[in-house]
Design a protein around this ligand. Structure first.
Ligand SMILES: [Zn+2]
Length: 720
């Protein structure tokens, strides 16, 4: 399904720092060494079965700050021990020791991540703002440690003459490169400036997110009873609850977030209110008041440019992309430019269809951005006659969970068994844990934690993370991975029914978990993600939701147990390319903007003007806006996780579409054993231990082709 893209976008909410810790958490993951700690539970060694598990049942937010500080202190002491070593630098006494260091801090981060994403509170957010600049200083202390870098450089130089084993060589090269990219070779003055820039940026990132949050919390649209036309019962109910929480009992609140805005714009019959809700949402961070983000963005862009110029790069994008699969901004831009014309041409067709419906209804309007979702929904109903409520009745959370396990069994040979309740500590009673083993050998692979339901203090969307990653260099460590969603908790004994989109997302996040579980790397660094590659594995897994095997076994009606009718499945598949003009264009406009902002000269850049002019140059259709307008583009400005990297979703989607075709072309289709074996061996197990482009070639016998993506989205494919 083509919405794969959107799905993944939704997972990444505002706090980019937090984002870093989610899909890619394990790049921070270091394992081992068991220190005897104070009585702070967060610092203590994990005990219990399966190689030890986090003491989630005992953690308290009051322990976080001191634990993180102690963790940083210990890890810096470990670095000192490496640099104080009198022996000549070797892979073992330098690189391997670095891989070993930071284990306590990483354990603390597992708890800290829960307090940020799953159980956030005003208290934990306060801790977070206090820790942000300290963590920035901490990482500068390591990345700018001259003695450490000199040792790494010696090992690296030696390896150019006498290469190490392939995976060791890769760890070394990734380590060397990352130090180089972070200013290890700068002189003392430049290093000081480099660290100062990072510290200033970390505060600007926090300010940026807080401003967006402020505007989300403060621009609420309250509705009266007579203004609910078109909205679903479920929406009205939760809007009533939200209004009550905001002290306006008896009214209905449209909160200024995507999950509240999107359905309102899709279903509300009240056009002036749609305009108001739309305006509130797309003006976040852009209200020309003290919470406006434009000046902050201008400062961020200047500081990022100054920082990479210290290192001798022309611009941030060039610096950032060198170790990505795309390698250069030009390659990323080439892909985006290739898709853009088809996307905006499709918007034109969509607008024509929508205008025709509006005219036929006698609505007497011209389609504006706040009308797009509303009329698109009417076109969808008319063209495909697809009722999403009807589809939901066949999508039960329990059955979908079984479908995930079935898919993992067929492709990865994994078996999932629930662990006895009470044997593994959890941070909330709804969190469930399964043991993952190899189906044939019974070998223990890891534990899978699922936190399924929405609650106050849990971040929106869905995400995957690890508490511990697979490594073998210090004895085998098994995987502790989690999936997190925001399904609405049912009354006891009732089924949880989810939308098709949410079911796809559930598969998507499970794809990340499978990527964690299948890791076969020796060193922690090799578990790291490559930003424009790590979404590929998860996007690909979404494809198994609509396979016949899954449909016939697991998509059954929650009351009758009957399999979803073939005609309904056909409608879902037909509607798959629907509204691709809208979703591709809103996404690409943001991705292109991200790149252009970082290629432009930041000296006198006026962000508001730049956004307007760039969109005009692109020929952005006036009926829609960027998915993330610049002043609210948290992926790019509330941290660095997705700066000049937002294109990565489409980059990964090219691989996804192309790899899906590899399965389609196989004799056994999506369950073809040979193709599945190659998939696991080349695209999952190695993680970052081989170059992603090379890994893909090993799987496919060639590079991925963009035509697969065009076909997937229903765009015309040029034939040569
Ligand atoms: Zn993802």
């Amino acid at each position: 399904m083509k919405q794969s893209n959107l799905k993944s976008l939704q997972l990444f909410s505002l706090i980019a720092l937090l984002v870093l810790v989610s899909c890619n958490k394990d790049q921070n993951k270091r394992v081992t060494t068991d220190e005897k700690m104070s009585d702070n539970i967060l610092l203590q060694k994990w005990t219990g079965p399966y190689g030890g598990v986090p003491a989630f049942d005992k953690m308290q937010v009051k322990d976080v700050q001191s634990a993180v500080e102690k963790g940083m202190e210990l890890s810096l002491a470990e670095i000192d021990a490496i640099t104080d070593n009198k022996d000549a630098p070797t892979f073992e006494n330098t690189i391997e020791e670095m891989e070993r260091s930071g284990s306590v801090l990483n354990r603390v981060f597992s708890y800290y991540g829960i307090f940020r994403s799953n159980m956030s509170s005003p208290e934990s957010r306060k801790v977070q703002s206090e820790l942000a600049p300290k963590l920035s200083e901490y990482s500068s202390k390591i990345s700018q440690n001259e003695k450490l870098f000199n040792r790494i450089k010696t090992v690296y130089d030696n390896s150019q003459k006498n290469p190490l084993e392939a995976d060791q060589q890769r760890v070394l090269e990734l380590t060397y490169k990352s130090f180089e990219m972070q200013g290890a070779e700068l002189d003392v003055d430049k290093k000081a400036r480099y660290a100062a820039i990072n510290k200033e940026l970390s505060t600007l990132y926090t300010d940026f997110s807080n401003n967006v949050l402020h505007d989300e919390e403060n621009y609420v649209t309250f509705l009266n009873k007579d203004q609910l036309k078109g909205l679903s019962e479920g929406y009205i109910k939760s809007a009533a609850v939200s209004a009550k929480e905001k002290g306006q009992e008896g009214k209905y609140a449209v909160i200024n977030t995507r999950s509240s805005m999107d359905p309102f714009l899709t279903y509300s019959d009240e056009r002036p209110l749609r305009k108001q809700v739309w305006t509130n949402y797309y003006s976040r961070g852009d209200n020309n008041d003290e919470y406006d983000n434009k000046k902050i963005i201008e400062k961020i862009l200047k500081l990022r440019r100054e920082r990479v110029e210290l290192l001798g790069y022309k611009n941030y994008a060039e610096w950032r992309l060198q170790d990505r699969m795309a390698k250069t901004p030009e390659n990323a831009i080439e892909l985006m430019n290739a898709v853009w014309p088809a996307a905006i041409a499709r918007v034109k067709e969509e607008v024509t269809d929508m205008q025709a419906i509006a005219d036929a209804n006698g609505d007497n309007i011209t389609i504006e951005p706040w009308d797009y979702r509303y009329y698109a929904e009417k076109v969808r109903k008319k063209k495909y006659d697809l009722n999403s409520e009807e589809v939901k009745e066949y999508l039960q959370l329990d059955k979908l969970t079984q479908a995930l396990f079935y898919t993992a069994g067929r492709l990865f040979n994994f078996d999932f068994k629930p662990v006895l309740e009470g044997t593994i500590p959890v941070f909330q009673e709804d969190v469930k844990v399964w043991e993952v083993t190899d189906k044939d050998s019974g070998e223990h692979i890891g534990l899978w934690y699922l936190d399924p339901y929405a609650r106050t203090g849990k971040r929106s969307g869905a995400w995957a993370t690890t508490y511990r990653s697979y490594t073998t260099f210090d004895g085998k460590k098994t995987v502790l991975a989690s999936n997190n969603s925001n399904f609405v908790k049912p009354a006891p004994g009732e089924a949880v029914l989810v939308s098709w989109d949410d079911a796809s997302t559930f598969f998507h996040e499970f794809g990340h978990a499978l990527h964690f579980f299948s890791s076969k790397v020796r060193y922690p660094t090799l578990n790291g993600g490559v930003r424009d590659y790590t979404e590929f594995q998860s996007q690909l897994l979404e494809r198994w939701l609509s396979t016949d095997e899954v449909i016939n076994q697991f998509l059954v009606h929650y009351k009758t147990g009957k399999v979803i009718p073939a005609v309904l499945v056909a409608k879902i598949k037909e509607a798959a390319t629907f509204n691709q003009g809208f979703s591709t264009t809103e996404y690409l406009a943001s991705a292109i903007m991200d790149m252009k902002l970082h290629l432009a000269d930041p000296a006198n850049l006026d962000v508001g003007k730049f956004e307007k002019e760039t969109l005009a140059e692109l020929g952005m259709p006036k009926e829609l806006v960027m998915r993330h307008r610049t002043p609210q583009f948290g992926h790019v400005f509330s941290g660095e996780g997705y700066a000049t990297a937002y294109y990565g979703y489409m980059w990964a989607d090219v691989l996804t579409a192309d790899a899906a075709e590899a399965f389609k072309e196989s004799p056994g289709g999506f369950y073809d054993e040979e193709t599945a074996k190659r998939l696991v061996k080349y695209l999952f197990e190695p993680r970052n231990s081989i170059d992603p482009a090379e890994a893909y070639r090993l799987f496919r016998g060639r590079d991925a082709k963009i035509e697969a993506l065009m076909r997937d989205r229903g765009f015309p494919v040029k034939t040569e």
